[in-house]
Design a protein around this ligand. Structure first.
Ligand code: TNX
Length: 515
């Protein structure tokens, strides 16, 4: 049989061979799955139900099962490797683990006609897919997307939508930046003022580093029930939610709620301009006890293996000006107040480790005393930070701002919405080859960032995220030998029809719509 062109799947699977015939996904279809395969089967059930096909989930051996999910031997020697075999009679999804089948289901979803991704039956009858054989496994173990819900709060419904879109692109981490100078976004029952005070601010006008504000309050936070819903929805899709509590800087909202945790004791308000606040936590036992209390809530609410403690952009000004901070640094035997950050984060590292989890931090955590080598570093600054971190023994998630910050402009056209400086085109992302430098630390993976100073709504976030996140997903998933930036750009138009069906307001390839 002659080789057909690759299908317009994103990310591109390692092997995809077309076969003769089609498989009809119609009313006779049942989904067979046992044990660890069942969560992925239910996700597939929901996808098909949206398209008007009610496919019951039945035991794998049930003769009515024409779609079968099987957990068996690992495929391609990888826990997330999967095989997808579509014949006219049957579709079989094989993998070594539940997560492998979760990835297989999302590839199956992309094989459906785009109209089948809407929540309505397909107009011209039950969907059919072309027969094929797919074998696939990811390049990286950490394939992430980050969402800043601190600068602008995003409703639970949108967080769930982003999780589903991450799953569609075979990403496996959704990192929530839950706290910052401009807002605290998670309920901590023992510290009610964090959300009573810290979650609200007088709205900032969306504009460049301006002090102007229009008086409209902005805010919101996730209750523990909200977080349970987010974490559960993600787990059903084999996605890990990584919570970030940014410490000991980026905490003006904390100090607004509890001034005694700051360095001056003076009352301040939740920050309502962008940029970095000078107000950081005091290096006291009280501030450490506060952070430990918050961490207790975070560890309970988020069962995943990672806890992000921030550590970025912590100005040392207040510590330098505070005699108490200088005394504390001397008592601790530190070389200078600059090392108070790593003293603070190392103390929390002990709690996280005792709970059997691993700390993640932005790349500043390798400075001024550093962190234990098992801390995962997100290398966001210039290209030298990843290699510096792996050389110090850290595993690294490459998140360099030049290619992974999707709050940047997407083109230099005058009609692009206001963004933070910097131009990051979809072509730039597609052409990116991540490398972290020589070990002993490993390159764990890559992550795209959605900082929301200038992305005030879910619609603005979708416009910024897509299609750059499509390209990032391919960098994260597809082995370099198989990757091809030009091919990705050719596949994008068809893929964007899937995003149309899912009501994603991406940036059109030929530029923003007028007005
Ligand atoms: C830097 S990246 C920040 C964020 C901003 C972002 C804007 C990092 C760890 N800190 O606080 O939102 O730039 O692009």
């Amino acid at each position: 049989m002659s080789r057909m062109p690759d299908p317009d799947l994103i990310p591109l699977p390692l092997v995809h061979e077309r076969r003769a015939g089609t498989f009809a996904v119609d009313t006779g279809t049942a989904i067979g799955a046992d044990g660890d395969a069942r969560p992925a089967a239910w996700v597939l059930h929901d996808v098909l139900a949206g398209a008007g096909v009610r496919a019951p989930v039945v035991p794998a051996a049930d003769p009515s099962a024409s779609i079968v999910l099987r957990v068996g031997e690992p495929v391609r020697d990888h826990p997330e490797g999967y095989r997808l075999t579509v014949t006219p009679e049957r579709t079989v999804l094989d993998g070594g683990t539940g997560p492998a089948l979760a990835r297989a289901v999302q590839t199956f979803r992309q094989l459906l006609p785009p109209a089948a991704l809407r929540r309505a039956p397909v107009a011209d009858g039950p969907p059919a897919i072309e027969c094929c054989h797919i074998e696939d496994a990811p390049r990286f173990d950490w394939r992430g997307v980050h969402l800043d819900v601190a600068r602008h709060f995003m409703p639970v419904s949108f967080v769930l939508k982003l999780i589903d879109l991450a799953a569609l692109h075979r990403l496996n981490v959704v990192h929530l930046h839950l706290t910052d100078d401009q807002g605290w976004r998670l309920e901590v029952p023992s510290r009610p003022r964090l959300t009573e005070v810290g979650a609200w601010r007088t709205e900032t006008v969306v504009g460049k580093e301006t002090d102007a504000f229009d008086g409209t309050p902005h805010g919101g936070y996730y209750t523990l029930d909200d977080l349970r819903e987010i974490v559960t929805y993600a787990a059903q899709r084999s996605i890990t939610v990584v919570p970030e509590i940014d410490l000991p800087g980026h905490v003006q909202a904390v100090v607004a709620a509890y001034p005694e945790l700051g360095n001056t004791g003076r009352p301040i308000e939740v920050r309502r301009t962008w940029g970095i606040s000078p107000h950081v936590l005091a290096p006291t036992d009280e501030a450490l006890a506060f952070a430990r209390e918050v961490l207790g809530t975070v560890l309970d609410a988020f069962p995943g293996p990672w806890v992000h403690l921030g550590g970025d952009e912590c100005p040392r000004t207040e510590w330098r000006e505070s005699p108490a901070a200088a005394t504390r640094a001397a008592q601790l035997g530190l070389g200078s107040v600059d090392e108070l950050q790593s003293w603070f984060l190392r103390a929390l590292h002990a709690d996280v480790t005792a709970a059997g989890r691993r700390v993640v931090g932005w790349d500043e955590v390798i400075d001024d005393g550093g962190m234990p080598a098992d801390t995962v570093v997100m290398a966001w600054q210039d290209g030298a930070r990843g290699p510096a971190a792996t050389a110090a023994g850290h595993d690294v998630v490459m998140s360099p701002q030049q290619v992974t910050y999707y709050d940047h402009y997407q083109s230099d056209g005058a009609d692009e919405p206001l963004a933070i400086g910097g131009l990051t085109t979809v072509e730039d992302v597609a052409a990116w080859e991540p490398a972290a430098g020589a070990g002993p630390g490993r390159l764990l993976g890559v992550q795209g960032q959605l900082w929301t100073e200038y992305l005030p709504t879910p619609a603005a976030v979708e416009y910024a995220a897509f299609p750059r996140l499509n390209a990032l997903a391919e960098v994260a998933w597809t082995a370099p030998a198989r990757r091809d930036a030009a091919g990705l750009l050719r596949r994008l138009p068809e893929h964007l029809r899937r995003l149309d069906a899912l009501d994603v307001g991406y940036r059109p390839l030929d530029g923003p719509l007028p007005g």
